[in-house]
Design a protein around this ligand. Structure first.
Ligand code: NAP
Length: 277
């Protein structure tokens, strides 16, 4: 099994983002990503710091908007204000949100042209319609990695496990837009292992550590593991059992070091694209 080098793919994207950011600065635009953080959550804080570090490296300004116990209206108002602020080019709203606040409702206040993580339902609708839009960065990272690993996806027999609005569904739509043959599985899928074992390309976004075993993997398959499950020792485990991937897959993304770094790099690529207009 060949590990897929997410960090290497991310480094290539970061070099391209740095070049675009430098061009924008030379032309008088300071590409800026606003990150709205509605709760104080350790995992979120860690992720936000990693975006800040990557942004600084690429010459993108990050602007953190930490809120304390906001209502849904507070979050929506802030997203609306940032959408109207000409000095902000990209906007993301971190989850988790406070209890009772829905991401789709607040994200509807992010202007689609600044919606660099594809969170506004309008962005998902445009993706479904095959229109230009920003896809959620994690779903876009799945495609980016597959382009590197497989190249042309037309006709590829693909199974996506997970149908969340942020990962599974948009990944399936992006794959369809690339003419792959796509099956989407979820918690009610019957005979999951048999369905997965048909896939030449297997994308897993379930959120259960080491859930996918050898019985789910067709020998030689390309496997993209989106899962990031915290472990007792403070590390991260993927959704795919690494021993199963090792024995069956042709190639597989590691966790960490697979989808994660590419996701962050794509958020920044989307931000400089939004700044360029
Ligand atoms: P989610 O919203 O909880 O969705 C999980 C999906 O998995 C659902 O569609 C669910 O089906 C399905 N599922 C749950 N149990 C299943 C089972 N036994 N068999 C088949 N399908 C099952 O999670 P998410 O937000 O998509 O995230 C998935 C994973 O990706 C998590 O580990 C998350 O931390 C990680 N993630 C990583 C990144 C990154 O940048 N690397 C970004 C985002 C998320 P139902 O729809 O039927 O409930």
């Amino acid at each position: 099994m060949k590990p897929i080098d997410g960090r290497g793919v991310a480094a290539g994207i970061m070099a391209e983002v740095s070049a675009t950011a430098a061009e924008l600065r030379a032309a008088g635009t300071d590409p800026t990503l606003a990150i709205v953080v509605p709760t104080r959550d350790e995992a979120t804080a860690w992720y936000v710091r990693s975006i800040e570090r990557a942004a600084a490296k690429a010459g993108v300004t990050s602007r953190i908007e930490q809120l304390t116990d906001p209502s849904g209206d507070d979050v929506a108002d802030l997203l609306g204000k940032l959408s109207a602020d000409p000095s902000v080019h990209g906007i993301i709203c971190q989850t988790p949100l406070p209890e009772g606040v829905r991401l789709d409702e607040v994200a509807a206040h992010i202007a689609p042209r600044k919606d660099v993580d594809g969170a506004n339902p309008t962005s998902l609708g445009r993706l479904a319609a095959g229109l230009p839009t920003f896809a959620p960065a994690t779903a876009a990272a799945v495609l980016e990695l597959l382009h590197h690993e497989v190249g042309d996806l037309a006709g590829a027999r693909t199974v996506v496990v997970g149908r969340s609005t942020v990962v599974g569904k948009p990944a399936a739509l992006l794959l369809l837009n690339e003419h792959a043959t796509v099956t989407v599985c979820h918690s009610r899928t019957a005979e999951l292992a048999e369905v997965c074992a048909q896939a030449d390309v297997l994308v897993v976004a379930v959120g259960r550590a080491h859930f996918i075993g050898a019985e789910h993997i067709k020998p030689g398959a390309v496997v993209i593991d989106v899962g990031t499950n915290p472990t007792a020792d403070g590390g991260l485990a993927g959704d795919v059992d690494p021993a199963a991937a090792e024995s069956r897959a042709g190639s597989c993304t590691p966790v960490p070091g697979g989808v994660g770094p590419v996701t962050t790099a794509l958020l920044l690529r989307h931000t400089v694209a939004a700044a360029r207009g």
